[in-house]
Structure formats: C-alpha cells, structure tokens
Design a protein around this ligand. Structure first.
Ligand code: GDP
Ligand code: GDP
Length: 455
C-alpha cells in the first residue's frame, strides 16, 4: 500500500527549509463587474487601483500565493474575460471549467446592488456539476444597513450568503475563515483519493503541436491504469499513464483532449489552463511542432514553465515531417532561440508513429532527479573556492567582491545563496551557474542563484 501513500499536496523544498504548507487552491469566479478583481486585490493586500481589463490582453499571472491568519493558500483569479466577443455563456462555461480543473474550492461572487441574475443561476448549476465546494460572496454590501440585501441570495441554494464589501474590506475576514475551513475539508476528502506519490507532469504547448496525439500514443502504448483507479480516483481531469514501468500523473488531460474553440478569448483560456497545469506539476513537458517555425506563443509557454521553476523536458514533435533542410533549420534555432535553456533535454519524436516516444520517461526521470538534488554545503564550498581561485570576480572601482560562503537553500528547483563581500555582476553569476552545472549536473532543471552581501 505504501506506493499509494496519500499525503496532502504541499509546496515543499524537499528537506523542510522554508516549507510552506499550502492548504489548497481557491478560485474566485463570477460574472463581470461583480467585484472579483477588487476582492482578489483585497485578499492579496495589494493597493492596486482596479484597472479596466483591456479585451484580449492576457494577464500574465493567474495564480497567486495568498495567506490568511498564518494559513497559506493559492488564489486563482479567473477574471479578464471578453464577454463581447466570446459570448456570456461560453465565458462562464470556461470559467466554471477552470474552477473545476484546478481549484479545491470556489468563491462565487455576486452583486448585492444588482440582485440575483440569470447568469448567476446558470453559473451555479455549472459549478455544481463539478462537485467542488462553493462559497457564496455577496459583494457591495458597503454598510450594515445593506446587509438585508443578502437575503435574496439564499434562493441560489448554496447555503449562507456571506455579505462583503471588497472595496471597503467589510466581511472579508469571515469569508476567508470559511474559505480556509472549506479548503482544509476538501483537502482531507481528496487526500484519500489522490495518488500523490506519482510524479506530476504538465503536457503543454500551443494548440496543434500534438499534445493530444502524444497523450493518446503514450496512453495506448502501455496499459494505462486509469481503469483500475476509476471511481476512486483523483481529479477527474488528471490521468495516470504508465511509461517505462513507472506511473505518471498527467495533469488536466481534459483540457488537452478538448478541441479548443477557435473563438477569440480561447487563447486567454488556453494560457490560463497552461499556467494552472504548470502550477500543479513538478515537470513540464513542453511540446513544439518541429515542422513549423517556432512562434512567440511557443516560447511563452516554455518561459511559463521556467519561471515557475519546474523541471522541464522539451519535445520536438512531428519529426516524421522533417527533411534534411528542416533538421538544419532546427539545429540553428536550437542555438539561437533556446540558448537560455540548453540545460534542458530535448527529445525529437513523432507522436503520430510513436518513434522515439520511448525516450521520454528517461529524460523525465533525469530532470526530476536534478530538480530534487541537493549538494552538501561542504562540497559546494570546496568547489566554489577552486572556481573563485581560478577565475576571480573582475575588479570594479578598485574593489574586488569575494565569495565568502555558499549554500543550497532549497530544492525543487535548486536554489543557491551565495554570500559575498559585494555585488556580483550578472556575467559572473552566469559564470557561477555554468560552473555549478558543469560540476554537479542539474540537467533538466532551472537553478536559481541569489547573492547576499556581507560587509
Ligand atoms: P470584476 O469584473 O468582477 O473583476 O469586477 P471589478 O473588481 O473590476 O469591480 C467592478 C466594479 O465594482 C468596479 O467599479 C469596482 O470599483 C466596484 N466594486 C467592487 N467591489 C465593490 C464594493 O465592495 N462596493 C462597491 N460599492 N463597489 C464595488
Ligand atoms: P494539440 O492541439 O496540441 O492537442 O494537437 P493535436 O494532437 O490535436 O495535433 C494537431 C495536428 O497535428 C493533428 O492533425 C495531428 O494529427 C497532427 N500531428 C500530431 N502529432 C504528429 C506527428 O508526430 N506527426 C505528424 N505528421 N502529424 C502530427
């Protein structure tokens, strides 16, 4: 039974340094103008003026680290939709799907000044299907004389409506108390169901690179254990795939299989899903269509994975379509567009024929081993001592910053803290990174180096 050990999902550095237990993921949903952004900003304690969302502009971040009375949780902002173009129905459907896909609980925000609308009711029925707990926040109750306005919202059938004023901070503490309690309970429930010992993989890439083809190819090659777990499983959107004798949890496969509608706004949601899948993953399998030019959207997906600090394997798909000329073009691209991620392994394959797909598991295992790896402090310092002696920091204004000491503060991804007598230039930090990689490996994982100045 131990290989099905069930533990709560945590943001963990592997050895307990600064480990923050995240109680769960909370999504804020609701129709436009009810005050979702205002509420998200309020919870995050940001003093940002609510700016009007520019249609079509993709918000860079979707998920935020939030905290309430010492409890950490992830807050997901599903705002920023385009009703005009996409239509209200498909917009609320997308929001509800996202909530289902990645949240442990949902806060549905409604507008007290407007009352219950048809859209609110439709949203409730869609959210209900997800089976996720829903907390109803009735916003714009700016004073106690308006508290009576919440009464009408009982008819949504979600239990007690919590009157709040996102703008003035009224009732937010009570709402968050309930939210944290709900998250903790939801976690306990799903904790029994999630095979969380499996390594979590996000299969990402722009539309049409071959994600769903690859997933099908991988799931069919070896018997998938999905059926064995049916009825007792994890998130309905995740799938267990056996590769090379090992089970892997592929995140949000429903989003991969679903044909993306070609409407405006679809790009926003696919980027949101990508971000959400990456957040839940340990390793990102980033797919490219090697037969096509590499686009900005391709590179954006890749940087989402790198910025999130995930282990990464790059997959160049559709290799069956490549002739000699194409292969040369790809090699040139590798040296230019990918020069910041040469640490990542690259697998050329064909999802269609299955050619080289047997190379994935090994690359994934190696990347995760690097992601988990810790270099003992003694070894690290002995090595950096030699590096510094061979190649000291250049003199700047008559001074020469020296490295005093370094330690690997955490893993997943590996983070190093270097204590130095002065500012280390970007070039020198890059040099240190290259040396560390050369000596200790770390293939397949980003590493971070921060410098701490000691006078
Ligand atoms: P979103 O589209 O759901 O993200 O809504 P916003 O957060 O952008 O808010 C929509 C409008 O409602 C803005 O003009 C806000 O200033 C206003 N608003 C938000 N919260 C409150 C509140 O608690 N009370 C009042 N009176 N107005 C609010
Ligand atoms: P997704 O949008 O990333 O899930 O991409 P799909 O898996 O739907 O693939 C998009 C198109 O590329 C489909 O027409 C696939 O048949 C095709 N395709 C996917 N992988 C390969 C491959 O390895 N070789 C070739 N020739 N076509 C592929």
């Amino acid at each position: 039974e131990s290989d099905r050990a069930l533990v709560a999902r945590t943001v963990d550095d592997g050895e307990g340094h600064d480990a923050k237990t995240v109680v769960g993921v909370l999504a804020v949903v609701g129709r436009p103008n009810v005050g979702k952004s205002t509420l998200v900003n309020r919870i995050l304690g940001r003093r940002v003026a609510v700016v009007e969302d520019t249609p079509g502009v993709t918000r860079d971040r979707v998920s935020y680290d939030a905290e309430w009375s010492g409890t950490h949780f992830k807050l997901v902002d599903t705002g920023g939709w385009e009703t005009g173009v996409e239509g209200m129905d498909s917009a609320i459907a997308s929001q509800a799907q996202i909530a289902v896909g990645l949240a442990d609980a949902v806060v549905l925000v409604v507008d007290a000044q407007v009352g219950v609308t048809n859209t609110d009711s439709r949203m409730v029925s869609m959210l209900r299907q997800s089976g996720k707990p829903i907390i109803l926040a009735v916003n714009k109750i700016d004073g106690s004389s308006e508290e009576y306005l919440t009464a009408d919202f009982w008819k949504l059938g979600l239990g007690e409506p919590y009157g709040i004023s996102a703008m003035h901070g009224r009732g937010i503490g009570e709402l968050l108390d309930v939210a944290i309690k709900t998250l903790a309970q939801a976690k306990k429930m799903s904790g029994f169901l999630t095979p969380s010992n499996l390594r979590r993989i996000a299969l990402v890439g722009r539309p049409n690179v071959g994600k769903s083809s690859l997933l099908n190819q991988l799931a069919h090659q070896e018997r998938s254990v999905v059926d064995d777990l049916a009825g007792t499983t994890r998130d309905p959107v995740d799938e267990v795939v056996t590769l090379d004798g090992q089970d892997w949890l592929f995140i949000d496969t429903a989003g991969i299989k679903r044909r993306q509608h070609k409407l405006s706004g679809a790009e926003y949601y696919s980027s949101l899903r990508t971000q959400a899948a990456i957040e839940r993953s340990e390793l990102a399998l980033v797919l490219f269509d090697a037969s096509q030019p590499i686009s900005d959207q391709d590179l954006k997906v890749m940087s989402q994975a790198v910025d999130a600090g995930r282990a990464m394997v790059l997959v160049f798909n559709k290799w069956d379509l490549m002739d000699d000329f194409d292969r040369q073009r790809m090699e040139r691209l590798w040296k230019t567009e990918f020069d910041q991620v040469t640490w990542a392994q690259r697998v050329n394959l064909s999802a269609k024929s299955g050619w080289h797909t047997n190379r994935l598991a090994r690359a994934m295992r190696e990347a995760l081993t690097s992601w988990d790896k810790r270099i003992p402090t003694g070894k690290l310092n002995a090595f950096l001592g030699k590096v510094q002696a061979a190649h000291p920091h250049p003199l700047r204004g008559g001074k020469q910053p020296r490295i005093l000491f370094a330690t690997q503060a955490s893993t997943r991804p590996p983070r190093f803290v270097v204590f130095a007598t002065g500012f280390l230039e970007h070039g020198y930090r890059r040099y240190l990174e290259r040396q560390i990689r050369e000596e200790f490996g770390f293939e397949g994982t980003p590493i971070q180096i921060s410098v701490n100045i000691r006078e």
